[in-house]
Write a protein that binds this ligand. Structure first.
Ligand code: GLC
Length: 546
């Protein structure tokens, strides 16, 4: 049973670099995170997703790995890592790390050797070509910085293939040695106690002429091999897919329950923002109806924001234009095919919209993922390059450097947020922990209340027909429980008539406060009124009303 722990988890995504610095060098580290585990425990999360901690030149914030078997010394030692796992497990928190299969850094010793030419034993670890006129149907992902997926290597006299920055040459998964090597990496970290991996950039492992080089059958085959290792040797560990794809391709990564345990719901995420923008429930309803059921041992990871841009790749051109118009008017807010802003700035720092977004996150099907800092409503800095504006130091208190580090402010890996609206003097953990009306306290309550009902992690969803498109209403249900969730996406107060005939005689009991509402009557619609951008989540209970 415990092997399905991920179905009812609350995941907290963090970057060690940005979380807490214990050594006063201006960069967060593992001992820093250990010192904050009690905070995460207090918040109620039970799984940390940790961004890459491997040695790296840092040209893609650690996703350009130069050694898969150790830790960047700035973050700590292997002993620190083991201590982190032990301390987290003591508190009932699991830790998943990053498995970057698709590419290495161009400074990885394999690539440095591979460049010498075909005589190098590592040459075939990468994808080489005499011409750049190959795999031309593959899109360019980092379209703001890269002109081609091929880059010329003077030393080798050939082009090498890369789906991301040119400093990240793709590994050649046709080569069995590469496939075996990455299995070794995988086992190495499991042996150290890691509870799973978020697998980076999954769709791009293999290339095939005449295709877009995404989601190829060989990729699925390799994932099945990784999953087999888990099932046979590490049955309580998980794999979480980063596959930014349309529903039909995305769900294939669950296979028949024999590939990924979890996958990020990329198609759903932008539609939550569209629903806000249009004040209309249809974008959410339509996309969920388009997504087929997944095997019972699989789970969606639902998220609002993460360390990357809010990607708009799974949107039509029209949807994308609408999103840019509303959420990224300033060009600096745009990057590649997405928007590089944090949650609160996206939602106008409007507390009601933010709470509504979290209520969706915790009640839509899947396991919620919170991005560090978003639980206190941190701002961003669009003047920093790449996606760094959403990767600034965690704001712990109003002390120097927001309590993130004792270093000189100029030594910080990134400036802290000081713009008035989001200044760390006011937006910080310490201030919000002690305030029952803070965003942080709200999120803690939501986590606590929703975690006590398995239906949110396990159950199915049924949308309820309403007479008002501005209201989104659904039932989450399993064999044991039923929850009724109603959201007003409008900036005005609204009333809605809900057809709840299937639930006649049940009493809606509000999740956060526990008040009982009138029993659902027979042969009558149930009328609910909601003030602007507000929501109600009810558990439907059979009570003795006599
Ligand atoms: C994933 C990561 C992103 C990184 C890219 C290349 O999309 O989330 O941060 O830049 O892979 O590794």
């Amino acid at each position: 049973m415990d092997n399905l722990w991920y179905k009812n988890a609350v995941i907290y995504e963090l970057s060690i670099k940005a979380f807490k610095d214990s050594s006063s060098d201006g960069k967060g580290d593992i001992p820093g995170l250990i010192s904050k585990l009690d905070y995460l425990c207090w918040l109620g999360i039970n799984c940390i997703w940790m961004l890459p901690i491997y040695p790296s030149p840092g040209l893609d914030d650690g996703y350009d790995i130069s050694d898969y078997y150790s830790i960047d010394p700035a973050y700590g030692t292997m002993d620190d890592f083991k201590e982190l796992i032990a301390q987290a497990h003591l508190r009932g928190i699991r830790i998943i790390g990053e498995l970057v299969l698709n590419h290495t850094s161009d400074r990885h010793p394999w690539f440095l050797d591979a460049k010498k030419g075909p005589e190098s034993e590592y040459h075939n670890y990468y994808v080489w070509s005499d011409t750049y006129k190959k795999y031309e149907d593959a899109r360019i992902i980092f379209s703001d910085t890269e002109r081609s997926n091929w880059t010329w290597c003077d030393e080798c006299g050939k082009y090498y293939w890369h789906r991301f920055f040119s400093s990240q040459p793709d590994l050649n998964f046709e080569n069995e040695k590469v496939r075996e090597e990455m299995k070794r990496v995988f086992r190495f970290w499991f042996e150290l106690g890691l509870d799973g991996f978020r697998v980076d950039a999954v769709p791009y492992l293999f290339e095939r002429e005449g295709t877009d080089c995404e989601n190829l059958p060989e990729t699925h085959q390799y994932i099945r091999e990784l999953r087999k290792i888990i099932d046979e040797e590490y049955p309580d560990r998980i794999l979480l897919a980063e596959a930014n794809q349309w529903p039909e391709d995305l769900i294939k990564y669950f296979g028949d329950g024999d590939e990924f345990h979890m996958a990020f719901n990329f198609p759903l995420m932008p539609r939550i923002f569209m629903a806000f923008q249009k004040e209309n429930s249809e974008p959410i309803i339509n996309i969920i109806k388009q997504i087929p059921d997944i095997p019972s041992n699989c789970q969606w990871a639902v998220f609002l924001r993460n360390h990357d841009e809010l990607t708009l790749e799974m949107c039509t051109d029209e949807e994308r234009d609408d999103m840019y118009n509303l959420y990224a008017k300033d060009k600096r807010m745009q990057i590649n095919m997405g928007i590089r802003r944090r949650l609160n700035p996206l939602l106008d720092n409007d507390r009601r919209k933010v709470e509504l977004a979290y209520a969706l996150l915790f009640t839509l099907p899947g396991t919620p993922v919170i991005y560090y800092g978003d639980e206190i409503g941190m701002g961003d800095n669009i003047y920093l390059g790449d996606r760094n504006g959403v990767r600034t130091p965690m704001q712990w208190n109003e002390d120097r450097n927001a309590g993130f580090s004792d270093s000189k402010p100029s030594m910080l890996y990134s400036p802290v947020i000081i713009d008035p609206e989001y200044n760390y003097n006011a937006v910080n953990v310490e201030a919000q922990v002690s305030s029952p009306s803070s965003l942080l306290s709200f999120i803690k309550r939501l986590i606590n209340k929703s975690k006590s009902h398995m239906v949110f992690g396990n159950g199915y969803i049924d949308f309820i027909e309403t007479n008002n498109k501005k209201i989104l209403a659904y039932i989450r249900f399993d064999n044991e429980e039923k929850a009724l969730c109603v959201f007003n996406l409008s900036s005005k107060a609204e009333a809605v008539k809900l057809d709840l005939q299937e639930y006649t005689g049940l009493t809606p009991v509000e999740l956060l406060g526990g008040s009982a509402f009138p029993v659902i009557p027979e042969n009558e619609n149930y009328i609910i009124t909601l003030s602007h951008h507000s929501f109600l989540i009810f558990m439907l209970e059979q009570r003795d009303n006599s």
